[in-house]
Design a protein around this ligand. Structure first.
Ligand code: 5AD
Ligand code: SF4
Length: 439
């Protein structure tokens, strides 16, 4: 049997796209190899959001080239966002790549493997297929991704995603509900809705099917068996009252919102073309926390956007102090080819960016720690995911607020009540409550 290995870089959308690639390969009779070294077909699902992502992938690609020099029968496949972003020169720079395709062209992997031999090697920039229609191999029986849309219509000046993932296209609600029902019948308890901008979902659908994200949440909440619904990522500009109301109304919609801030300076937000102000973001954050008891708010922040002054960076720190996020992904601005921000003058020096990042991380960690400490003694509902990374006897799960909890005496897929006994900025630790205590 021929064996494949898929190495995934980047975001959850890519993790899900990789499930499609694995599903495709398995539907064609290939089996999974645990490492690229052992595989006959080496697939890389790439990311290009920041330069670091490119670098990380590049060294793996060079390992693959070395493997192919030793054994020319190996097939090297490069899919994903980086692939799309270098489509014009990919085969010139990396002639040893057998097949390359962009995020809109995943099905080409199946065609290539089936055809063998002389078929076109590059497939990019058409976004007329939904990976949602391809086979899928899920990692865990009790969790599933549900891709509700693809592409992005925003024009954030730093971001390469719209140019590699195309215009926004939503999948109709009926299709999504049917898929959720199928998942539920297969034992899925937690659903994560995926899209580049989930809460603008539905606006591009034909009139008869047009709908909004709040209504989609309600429709999916009504699917029996789905106990938890998460979504990522929403855009603050599209976070309407209706969505906040759905959080309150729908028992399965989790008390967690990942709301990317990017900057706390209104001037920088305008230069980023985020279309909201500092004040609108802060008001929205308070509104969400007031509306949804126990809500965890997490965010993404970029430091060192072109022209960002010390005062403007201090405004970002001030917003993070005020909103007190439960967790944040913090990034150094990285110029991306073809984006408007990359062409701006006043690029910030690396050492300044790094120093700002350190100061930001201090604020973020302090708040994450304090918010987790507030959970000491509380009882949290935890979905057990599997063994912890360091100790196979300790299990790892997630609260509804998406916090990682370490516990013992639990099985993957169980939803259990856990009393929190210890907390760091990153993880909680707890013990199972007796069942009787929860009823
Ligand atoms: N530089 C740094 N961070 C970026 N992000 C997107 N583009 C860039 C860039 N050019 C961050 C944003 C986004 C997250 C997924 O990555 O914070 O929300
Ligand atoms: Fe995901 Fe963006 Fe990376 Fe593509 S470039 S994998 S959309 S993070």
């Amino acid at each position: 049997m021929r064996r494949y290995n898929v190495t995934t870089f980047g975001c959850q959308m890519n993790v899900h796209d990789s499930e499609r690639m694995k599903g495709l390969l398995e539907s064609l009779g290939l089996g999974e190899a645990t490492s690229p070294e052992e595989a006959d077909v080496l697939v890389f699902n790439t990311c290009t959001i920041r330069e670091k992502a490119d670098e990380r992938f590049h060294s793996r690609l060079m390992d693959a080239r070395a493997a192919k020099l030793r054994d020319p029968s190996k097939v090297i496949v490069v899919g994903g966002c980086w692939s799309e972003s270098v489509k014009d020169e990919l085969f010139e720079l990396y002639p040893f790549v057998d097949l390359a395709y962009g995020p809109g062209n995943i099905s080409r992997l199946g065609e290539f493997i089936q055809a063998g031999g002389e078929v076109p090697r590059g497939h990019f920039s058409t976004f007329d297929e939904f990976s949602g229609d391809l086979p899928m191999r899920r990692e865990r029986p009790f969790q599933a991704w549900l891709q509700i849309s693809q592409g992005c219509n925003s024009t954030c000046s730093y971001c390469i995603v719209p140019s590699v993932r195309g215009r926004e296209q939503s999948r109709p609600a009926a299709q999504l509900v049917a898929e959720a029902e199928r998942f539920a019948s297969e034992g899925v308890r937690e659903l994560t809705l995926l899209g580049q901008n989930v809460n603008s979902w539905g606006r591009d659908l034909p009139v008869a099917e047009r709908s909004g994200f709040g209504d989609l949440l309600r429709a999916l909440d009504a699917v029996p068996g789905i106990e938890r619904i998460r979504y990522t990522s929403p855009h603050p500009k599209d976070m309407r009252d209706d969505v906040i109301a759905a959080h309150r109304e729908c028992a399965s919609v989790c008390e967690h919102v990942h709301l990317p801030l990017q900057s706390g300076s209104t001037r920088i937000l305008r230069a980023m073309r985020r279309t909201y102000t500092r004040d609108r973001f802060v008001t929205l954050a308070h509104k969400l926390r007031d509306a949804v008891p126990g809500l965890a708010l997490t965010t993404d922040v970029i430091v060192g956007f072109p022209g960002e002054t010390e005062e403007e960076f201090a405004e970002t720190l001030a917003v993070c102090e005020e909103v007190s996020f439960d967790h944040a992904f913090t990034f150094i601005y990285s110029p991306r080819r073809g984006t408007d921000a990359a062409r701006m003058e006043e690029q910030i020096a690396e050492d300044v960016k790094r120093e700002r990042l350190e100061r930001l991380v201090e604020v973020i960690q302090r708040h994450a720690h304090a918010r987790n400490q507030q959970l000491l003694g509380s009882v949290q509902e935890v979905l057990v995911e599997g063994p912890s990374r360091t100790d196979p006897d300790v299990m790892r799960g997630r609260t509804r607020t998406n916090k990682t909890v370490l516990l013992t005496h639990a099985e993957p897929g169980e939803i259990v009540s856990v009393r929190i006994e210890a907390a760091t900025s990153q993880t909680l630790r707890g013990v199972r409550e007796r069942i009787a205590a929860t009823v």
